[in-house]
Structures are given as C-alpha cells and as structure tokens.
Write a protein that binds this ligand. Sequence first.
Ligand SMILES: [Zn+2]
Length: 94
Amino acid sequence: MLTEILTDEQLIDLYTTPGYLVAVDYPKEEVKLHTVDCMLADPISSVGVKPSKARENKTGEFWVSESRKEANSKAEEIAKNKGYTYIICPICNR
Ligand SMILES: [Zn+2]
C-alpha cells in the first residue's frame, strides 16, 4: 500500500520496516527512490529528507510503499507528470 508521508515522525517510525521511499524534490525537479533505511531517507540525519519542512515550505512530497514495484511506479508517474528526473539512489540501490 502506498502511503503519503507528511511528517518527519511518520518516516522515523517506519525506519525499521522494510520498504521504499519516493522523495520528490520540487526545487531540484527530481524524484528519488530510496529504501526507508537509507541515510538520505532518514530525517534524523543531517543529510536526510525532512518531510515536515518540505510540506510546510511546499518544496516536496514523500510516499512510502513496502513494494519496490509500487514505489517505482509512483516515482515514474510523478516524474512523467511533472517532467522531473527520476533517479534511483546510488547509495541504497539494492
Ligand atoms: Zn537512498
């Protein structure tokens, strides 16, 4: 099931659950696919995504699915609709 992530806490709670994060960055015009345990998908990490802030500033959106196929489809759909670049994270790609 695809779930929209609206807050940092929601994502932090999912950290130990296997799954995939679709991170949409509006300013960068980029859609990135991560595993939820990637450091770039960790709001606590200084380099990690910050869903609360992104939502507040309208700079991005985030989706999580336990299925890579489903997360991938969502990422491709957003990339296509917005004309964004779709990137599979090189750090957590597996
Ligand atoms: Zn990653």
